[in-house]
Design a protein around this ligand. Structure first.
Ligand code: AMP
Length: 197
């Protein structure tokens, strides 16, 4: 099987990777895939939905192998519906991989070309952004301070290690403490050759 070609949009909750993924999917031919959105859309009364919503409600990560399986089926479904053309489109992965075991499991499916790290710097700035997002989107896991703390701990404890699992040449660090348009400008400075293909 040919592997899916992808960029990994990497950063803490609130780093703006989702915003940038959405921008980029509008102005390029490529596909923004948010694992959090995939999971939030799982019906709560399904087996899988019950399981993943349980983890999301606590701010914890769902099981690695099941996450990769859900992702695989989601992508295969897009391909079969003609909504994703792996020959010509890159996947812009937002929220996945989130652990080193997920990096390894994804290797069988996905060829990661670049990892874009949205670096906000301070935890306080992240928390402030998320509370603004909470007011707009009303996500339960953004609104509760204890869940938010847990998500930050998970990021620092498990997810940050993902960066070390990729070769340094693939890593692009962006100053994501700037406003979204300046972040976009920096992303485009680095990625236009790849995205314009
Ligand atoms: P996000 O919208 O990316 O912040 O994700 C929301 C929640 O979905 C996370 O707190 C996790 O509970 C779950 N989640 C999203 N992506 C993953 C992943 N790659 N592995 C495990 N759990 C995930």
């Amino acid at each position: 099987m040919e592997k899916y070609r992808a960029l990994v949009l990497f950063g803490a909750p609130g780093s703006g990777k989702g915003t940038q993924g959405k921008f980029l999917s509008k102005v390029t031919n490529h596909l923004h895939i948010s694992s959090g959105e995939i999971l939030r859309d799982l019906p709560r009364d399904s087996e899988l939905g019950k399981l993943f919503h349980g983890y999301m409600d606590k701010g914890e990560l769902g099981p690695d192998d099941m996450m990769i399986e859900v992702f695989k089926e989601y992508i295969e479904n897009l391909v079969s519906k003609g909504k994703y053309d792996p020959e010509n489109q890159l996947l812009m992965l937002d929220g996945i991989p989130r652990t080193v075991p997920q990096v390894k499991l994804l290797e069988a499916l996905v060829e990661v070309e670049k990892v874009v790290f949205f670096d906000v710097g301070s935890k306080e700035a992240l928390m402030e952004r998320i509370s603004k997002r909470a007011a707009i989107e009303g996500r339960a896991d953004d609104t509760s301070m204890s869940i938010l703390e847990e998500r930050m701990n998970v990021f620092e404890g498990k997810t940050l290690k993902v960066m070390g699992a990729y070769p340094k040449e693939k890593l692009i660090t962006i100053n994501a403490a700037q406003g979204p348009l300046f972040v976009l400008k920096d992303v485009l400075n680095h990625l236009t050759p790849l995205l314009a293909r």
